[in-house]
Design a protein around this ligand. Structure first.
Ligand code: PEP
Ligand code: MG
Length: 892
């Protein structure tokens, strides 16, 4: 890293395009300052300073002087001095990474209070109670966050207050801050200081400058907390970005009824509906809203509480949305009737809101159609295709809450993060139920299907985090009395739900039901299949897809091996079938026929078995070609090793050992199974090797294809079958297979007098094939990259074993950021794809190229395949709409 010129920027010096250096929050504050919004003044310590600190354990030497100068500037602007005994300036110290990590890192408020300045604050504000409440909050926050004291010890000190001061909140007693009088707050302050002394052997620091410096360092340190790692990992945020730190003059929302704090969105972040939206908490500090500690009022109530602030807030929100040309959210505070904006960012939103907002902003003329397309993505679209509950009017919910993150989920109730993780790891779907969540609940939220809380609104921690993850969430279900110690909750009806009981959570309706409700297909899924919009959301989705389709270069085909899948895929927009796995047609009742073919002792027996299979295959192909009439259907000849069609070796051996008079057929079968057993069947007799080794097998399949084409031609169809040879490693294999296939095709053509026009191509799924693609292209009409096997063979990783065994460790250690079976490894496997395309096209410029491994439906991989110039991606039918969307986005 070249040495930065400076480490501290005043808010007036930065701007929105400096998020890498100032963090998202710092850049937002600077931008708002620039456009004249009422932002309390302050300065930002850069991510560069954090990086130096994280790398060396020391702040850069220049930071002290620069921060002192910035503080002096802030003091001049405010006309007050940090922590001065009379009328002190207080500041907040907040983290702010480049990418928002809500609630993951530390914030410390009210820096500057000490035993003397607390009296100055009391005098200046005219509110002694407020001053002492602020002081005890600082000691509590500082003690926990900066000095590492267990937060529970402070809670215990509060709980030790006389019972008359405590109120019950659906379970354990909890202090209502508003009930504590000045004397009690003073006593609590002393108590907190004693806790710190006892736990750390150190006094709570009285020097304001020392408080500030230590708070900044604590924010740097919070980059490396466990929960921050977990969050970054999940969100694929790089580990080395570091956080900026924002130091800002405090304004107070807890100065009485004419003050308050809130969170507001320019539109509804859950549905995308137009109009400002949010929560407001009168007489409270900012953190109270986000933490969901007290239940907030809907923002519209501010209109009657403080009409001027409400109107002004609306103006600022409109300014911000126009300026950022996107949904924005703000944290704001009203201090004695004066509105302050404390933070803004482009707001997180649900998948539903993403589509609607992009669509509406385009209709309003704020953004272009291409920008609207860039604002949505395939992962969001897939989420919208999830099923929803089929709720009958007679189904009475256990409780209603705030519909914070849409979708439907069923799972066993658990009451803490650890239990959620434990059960989920054992394969049990769970619903995490908490009064409210804190960042410590993150692992449990990741593990759960849904999150349910009894407190907090749409901007509570639970809501924000769940939305970000696309996880179902209902929060603020106040009718539920949640008792985590007894591991149960009680509904208003008196129904008691214990740990392990199954509930259904409807994040769209905001309801919770006992038991597992039946699921019904999503209306977005239906609209995609019919191509007809039924509401604002489906109109937005179809609009985005239409734009994607009009601009994309990559075609999207389906991996489908039944006529039903082919029909669905076509309805969802597939432009053909990129992979029809014929071995899937040999399962079920047909297995016996395959068994007979494998066990055949002589040519005659084998031919008989193949003859029996032929009409079945022909019928399959005919139906699929009919479903995809006019579109290409790439039929892959049989690929897996033969043992996959035979019974399990161990089971068969045990069964035989247990029977007194074993069936001679079973004995014969066991002998065959043992003969064919391979240590590593993935690298054994499979793919083209099998086709060449088992006489008549390939010919039978090609004949079935050819005859299916004939049947379709005879009824006036337009069959476009393509024959694909799997697992080729050298052009010689392909030449042999090709000549056998051409022989059969030629025979059928001669017999029928029809021209069949079946291109013959190969899969590229071995490194050798990719490296010799130029040779292979001499005998191929098309290439389809089988990136599942290509990943397996390039990495030497078993696709069946590796993911469950050491991948979690590798991901944890940063060897992979994501499984290479999920997202294409661009450097390695991707490089082979690139080489293969280049070499193949150099020899055969008309060579068609596609991909049919799982990566064909993965958004990141699709962008890569677009860049390397493939003609199409092929994926499972359900992923087709998302693939179309991503292919369109890749073309932007
Ligand atoms: C592949 O290997 O990527 C592929 C599509 O084939 P299969 O998954 O059937 O091995
Ligand atoms: Mg394969």
């Amino acid at each position: 890293m070249t040495k930065p010129t400076k480490y501290v920027y005043g808010f007036a010096e930065g701007g929105r395009d400096m998020a890498a250096l100032l963090g998202g929050k710092g850049a937002g504050l600077a931008e708002m300052t620039r456009i004249g919004l009422p932002v309390p003044p302050g300065f930002t310590v850069t991510t560069d300073a954090c990086k130096v600190y994280l790398a060396t354990g020391e702040e850069p030497p220049e930071l002290g002087v620069e921060a002192a100068q910035a503080l002096a500037g802030l003091e001049r602007a405010m006309g007050r001095t940090l922590g001065a005994p009379d009328d002190p300036l207080l500041v907040s110290v907040r983290s702010g990474a480049r990418f928002s990590m809500p609630g993951m890192m530390d914030t410390i408020l009210d820096i500057g209070l000490n035993d003397r300045s607390v009296n100055g604050l009391a005098k200046a504000s005219g509110q002694e109670r407020f001053a002492w409440d602020s002081y005890r909050r600082l000691i509590q926050m500082f003690g926990h966050t900066v000095m590492g004291v267990d937060g529970d010890l402070f809670e215990q000190a509060i709980a030790a207050l006389p019972q008359s001061r405590l109120r019950s909140t659906g379970g354990a007693p909890m202090a209502d801050d508003h009930d504590l009088d000045v004397g009690e707050l003073m006593a609590l302050t002393e108590e907190f200081k004693a806790v710190i002394r006892k736990e750390t052997g150190e006094d709570f620091p009285q020097d304001p400058a020392d408080q500030l410096a230590r708070a900044v360092r604590a924010v740097f340190d919070s980059w490396n907390t466990e929960r921050a790692h977990v969050y970054r990992h999940r969100e694929h945020i790089p580990e080395d970005l570091g956080t900026a730190v924002n130091v800002q003059a405090m304004v107070f929302g807890n100065l009485g009824a004419d003050s308050g704090t809130g969170v507001a969105f320019t539109r509804d972040p859950a549905t995308g509906e137009r109009g400002m939206y949010g929560d407001y908490l009168p007489d409270a500090q900012g953190e109270d809203v986000v933490a969901g500690v007290r239940d907030a009022l809907p923002l519209r109530e501010l209109r009657s509480l403080d009409p001027r602030a409400y109107v002004e807030l609306g103006d600022h929100l409109r300014t911000l949305e126009r300026h950022y040309r996107d949904l924005c959210d703000v944290e704001f505070t009203v201090e004695r009737g004066k509105l302050w904006i404390l933070q803004t960012r482009v707001g997180k939103r649900t998948a539903e809101a993403a589509f609607r907002i992009a669509h509406d902003l385009r209709e309003e003329g704020t953004i272009s159609a291409d920008e609207a397309l860039a604002r949505v993505n395939g992962a969001e679209l897939s989420r919208l295709m999830f099923p929803r509950f089929d709720v009958k009017t007679t189904d009475v919910p256990l409780a209603h809450g705030v519909p914070a993150s849409p979708g439907a989920a069923v799972g066993a109730v658990v009451f803490d993060s650890t239990e959620a993780v434990r059960r989920a790891a054992a394969g049990e779907p769970v619903v995490l139920v908490r009064r409210e969540t804190t960042p410590d609940d993150l692992p449990g939220m990741i593990a759960a299907q849904a999150v349910l809380t009894s407190r907090g609104g749409k901007t509570s921690h639970a809501a924000v985090v769940a939305r970000g993850m696309g996880k179902v969430c209902v929060c603020g279900a106040e009718e539920l009395a949640v008792d985590p110690l007894a591991r149960q909750f009680t509904a208003a009806s008196g129904a008691v739900v214990r740990e392990g009981d199954v509930v259904s959570v409807d994040g769209t309706a905001g309801t919770v039901h006992l038991g597992a409700l039946p699921l019904t297909a999503s209306h977005v899924g239906r609209a995609l299949e019919t191509g007809t919009a039924t509401d604002a959301l489906t109109e937005a989705v179809l609009g985005a897809l239409a734009r994607a389709d009009s601009g994309r270069r990559l075609q999207v085909r389906a991996n489908a091996d039944t006529p039903e899948d082919a029909v669905r895929a076509r309805a969802l927009g597939a432009q053909g079938i990129g992979l029809c796995r014929t071995e899937h047609m040999f399962l079920g009742e047909r297995r016996e026929l395959v068994e007979a073919m494998i066990l055949a002792r002589d040519d005659l027996a084998r031919e008989r078995a193949l003859d029996a299979l032929l009409p079945l295959q022909r019928a399959d192909f005919t139906a699929i070609l009919e479903a995809m009439d006019g579109l290409p259907v790439t039929i892959r000849l049989i690929d897996p090793p033969l043992h996959e069609f035979l019974p399990d070796r161990t089971e068969l051996a045990v069964r035989l050992a247990r029977t007194e008079h074993p069936d001679p057929h079973e004995r014969e079968l066991l002998a065959a199974v043992e003969r064919m057993h391979e240590q590593n069947p993935m690298l054994g007799l499979r793919g083209v090797r099998l086709g060449l080794a088992v006489p008549g097998l390939m010919a039978m399949q090609v004949q079935a294809i050819a005859e299916a084409v004939v049947e379709r031609l005879r009824v006036g169809g337009t069959p476009r079958a393509e024959i694909m040879i799997p697992l080729v490693g050298t052009v010689e294999e392909l030449r042999l297979a090709r000549s056998e296939a051409e022989l059969v095709l030629g025979e059928v053509e001669t017999e029928t007098g029809l021209r069949l026009d079946c291109p013959i191509g190969t899969m590229i799924e071995l490194p050798r094939a990719a490296l010799t693609a130029g040779r292979i292209a001499e005998a191929a009409d098309f290439f389809s990259f089988g990136t599942n096997d290509l990943t397996q063979t390039t990495w030497g990783l078993s696709r069946d074993d590796a993911e469950a065994s050491f991948f979690p460790l590798y991901i944890d250690k940063g060897v992979f950021s994501v499984s290479p079976f999920e997202t294409i490894d661009q450097e390695g496997v991707g490089r082979l794809v690139e080489l293969g395309v280049e070499a193949g096209r150099a020899v055969n410029p008309r060579l068609e190229t596609g991909v049919c491994g799982e990566h064909g439906g993965d958004p990141d991989s699709i962008h890569f395949f677009h860049r390397v110039g493939l003609d199409y991606v092929s994926c499972s039918p359900f992923r087709i709409p998302a693939a179309r969307l991503e292919a369109g986005r890749a073309s932007l």
